[in-house]
Design a protein around this ligand. Structure first.
Ligand code: UD1
Ligand code: UDP
Length: 382
């Protein structure tokens, strides 16, 4: 039996962790004992608890209750809390997801006291160190022992950074093993897709008709914090909604709800509030999100996870960022990078909205990435 400590903290990590916890419960319960640590990075019920309730994730064994704060303060509090838990629990490894401050904190805490790091979603790069996430993921990858990349691009990025595709056991932080294994979020999308509509009523609540609305999310720090970008994004959404007579569903991250009030111009804010086509809500649950993704006509987002889920449900996507780590989406022609640029967003909309010939090949694994990861952990961490 191996013991792993899983670190979660931000919304997408809680969702990703559901896939591994499910695989452990169904197939590896006699081989893997999982201790779950919630850093408390996200804490509102609709950013955290809702996912535990809905996705059957075991209750965290520890909650550090770190909450919001500057990068330094937040990450430091997490490092200190995680270190103490690792010293007490003495696990075979720590499991980290993605690229948030919770990921970085886990990597620093574990590597300094020689607890092997397993990084799920390794190798992704935006090639912009202006993004806090890029710094987090590079630092985490370079202290990891087993690195699971969801894409071939991610795997190749790791090789370019000096990782050896032919490393031989025993693996360690000095001799890491890299994998291309598919996306645990694809596992989740497949698993929860069938029940999303029957277990939720978001489509009825918002009076939405299938294929007649746009689903949009905005939360990336540069988009919310830079007034020029936030204004361009809301103006683009408003113009498209009015011109095309389209409803836009916008489940807002708390960061965006707070900052739209201060960072939008008075004129823009009033125009958005006056447009009955906008359905602005708080964060929705994962099953509600899947129901929206499956039934919308097009997705506009700056989220990493939502970009891919659009693809999993055969929907075109306008990426509201200057770049993406999920370059396959753009290569397939189903997603277009439009940044926070009104002209690019309009051009992307015109190109994708009426295009019925898009193809969505299965390039993110076979829906069993989490089981593969569990099997490799059991093999290499004994
Ligand atoms: C974090 C991740 C980002 C990820 C996102 C997922 C980092 C550096 N960023 O960004 O990569 O895409 O999570 O959603 O780790 N807030 C609340 N309630 C909450 C959580 C946050 O009100 O439950 C507000 C607070 O004002 C907080 C702000 O949102 O200051 C930002 O939260 P934070 O966790 O620092 O970053 P995210 O923008 O959520
Ligand atoms: N998500 C959700 N409710 C929402 C918005 C997003 O459940 O209101 C889910 C979404 O389906 C995806 C994940 O959260 O699985 C993406 O997280 P987010 O956009 O916060 O972060 P990112 O993926 O950009 O790091």
């Amino acid at each position: 039996m191996i013991k792993i400590v899983t670190i979660i903290g931000a919304r997408p990590q809680i969702i990703k962790a559901a896939a591994l916890s499910r695989a452990i419960k169904n197939k590896f319960s006699t081989q893997i004992k999982e201790i779950i640590v919630h850093t408390g990075q996200h804490y509102d019920a609709n950013m955290s608890q809702v996912f535990f309730d809905e996705l059957n994730i075991p209750k965290p064994d520890y909650n550090l209750n770190v909450g919001s704060g500057s990068h330094g303060k937040q990450t430091a509090a997490m490092i200190s809390g995680i270190e103490e838990i690792l010293i007490n629990e003495k696990p075979n490894a720590i499991v980290l997801y993605g690229d948030t401050n919770s990921t970085l904190a886990g990597g620093v805490a574990a590597s300094k006291i020689h607890v092997p790091v397993i990084h799920i979603e390794a190798g992704l790069r935006s090639f912009s160190k202006a993004m806090p996430e890029e710094v987090n993921r590079i630092m985490c990858d370079h202290v990891s022992t087993l690195l699971f990349s969801p894409t071939k691009t991610g795997f190749d990025n790791l090789i370019r950074e000096g990782f050896n595709a032919n490393a031989k056991e025993p693996y360690s932080a000095n001799n890491p093993k890299i994998y291309h294994c598919g996306d645990v979020m694809y596992d989740n999308s497949l698993h929860f897709s069938e029940v999303a509509e029957s277990k939720t009523n978001i489509l009825q609540t918002l009076s939405l008709k299938a294929n007649k609305f746009i689903l949009a999310t905005i939360h990336r720090n540069n988009n919310t914090d830079e007034p020029e970008r936030l204004n361009a994004l809301f103006k683009s959404l408003n113009d498209i909604s009015l011109k095309q007579d389209l409803e836009i569903v916008l489940p807002l991250h708390p960061r965006t709800s707070k900052l739209m009030e201060t960072n939008l111009t008075k004129q823009n804010l009033e125009a958005v509030k006056a447009n009955k086509g906008f359905k602005i809500t708080g964060p929705v649950s994962f099953l509600e999100m899947i129901a929206l993704e499956k039934n919308c006509k097009l997705v506009m987002t700056d989220s990493g996870g939502v970009q891919k889920e659009a693809f999993y449900f055969d929907k075109p996507c306008i990426i509201l960022r200057p770049e993406t780590e999920w370059v396959e989406l753009v290569e397939c022609g189903t997603a277009i990078i439009a940044d926070a640029d009104e002209h690019k967003i309009k051009a992307a909309f015109d190109k994708l909205f009426t295009n019925d010939h898009l193809k969505f090949p299965k390039i993110y694994g076979n829906g069993f990435a989490a089981e593969f990861i569990c099997a490799e952990m059991v093999k290499h961490l004994q």
